[in-house]
Design a protein around this ligand. Sequence first.
Ligand code: HEM
Length: 402
Amino acid sequence: MPLDIQSFDLNAIGPEFIENPHPVLHALRAKSPIHRNADGSVYLTRYHDVLKVYQSRDMLSDKTEEFGKKYGQCPLHTHHTTSLIFNDPPYHTVVRKLISGAFTPRKLAEFEPLIDGIVDRLLDRVDDLGELDLIDDFAKVLPTEIISFMLGIPEEYRARLRGYSLAILGALDPVVAPEKLAEGNAAVTEFSEILNDLINHRRANPDGAHQGEVLESLIFGQHEGRTLTQEELIQNCIFLLNAGHETTTSLVGNSVGLLLDNPDQHRLLLDQPDLIGSAVEEFLRVESPLQIGNRLAGEDIELPSGVIPKGTYIHTSIAAANRDPDVFADPDRMDITRKPNRQIAFITGIHVCLGATLARVEGKIALGKLVARFPKLTQTGPRVRVPLARFRGYASLPVKIR
Ligand code: HEM
């Protein structure tokens, strides 16, 4: 049945779109590239339109007004309006400068042996288990360990982090049920209490240790004489913990799903392990962990597909941009040798993902080692998707290794 694209509304999507958005995204890109939703916002699906929005200095990320309407005054509102991702310069510049010191290539090189060690330990456990849930038993553990180490989150709290993260990020979906808002608010409150204590402890006992180094640089760092307030510290740490693990969990889970669906590409990677770098780029393109972004047009913007007036709320489809046939030949086909691959899963511009290098390193090590060590990996039961449109990943992916 042909899709009725003109009546599509991003704010009224259902489970079919979440399961597989691409038939709709292809139709939107072809027929309605600057698609108007009922609330006046637009949804962009062409690569060059999305890219231009991200590159423009006139597009704003501050969502105080939008989140005010969506949440009212509540912990979720405080969280999302204080984290750097939903702010513009000058506040965005201050927080970004303070965090970026921890993500330099030199710092990340120090983390490689740590990542290697965690992956080896996890794979030993996988070997013992034989049958496992790839998400619970592997994909989600690595990023949680890394980012917890960087922020100095003690062991005892780590198991709760993914639940918090899903509850908080879930509230960003275009459609959110009241019980999901309640879960998101409870998660921000509990998480804030834990971080408040940790920050106070670290403030009183700075030790410059490798573990928790990022937290320390956020507490004591200054940019042009400005330090972060306690609220800013708490909310940006929550953001870092969420940004750092939900997306990377999805990168690993989605990639394994793609390899299981494409046995020829799985075989190719087994035969040529050096392809892992370009394979990770292709996994990020085909199943981008973060599928939708947002900006507010601070000025009129002229895009290749038309003009968007100042004041318009813009949804960018990273997922659709990454499968635009004008940029990627045969875009629905996964090709781990694809070159060039100008995928924009980490976007571009002033908010370009700060953790992109770290996520790539984690993805390469985790997937490279998993594939090499367990070449007979097969699925043993149905996959369950995370039921969100903005974030694409699996909640469960049962597999066996022999
Ligand atoms: C595959 C994994 C990841 C993907 C696909 C991803 C994707 C993204 C995207 C698309 C943005 C821009 C959002 C926007 O402005 O609209 C972003 C921002 C950000 N990401 Fe990531 N990310 C990943 C992993 C990580 C990791 C591991 C970290 C840190 C440990 C991280 C930290 C951040 C931060 C701090 C920002 C905000 C940057 C800013 O607003 O200036 N991300 N990420």
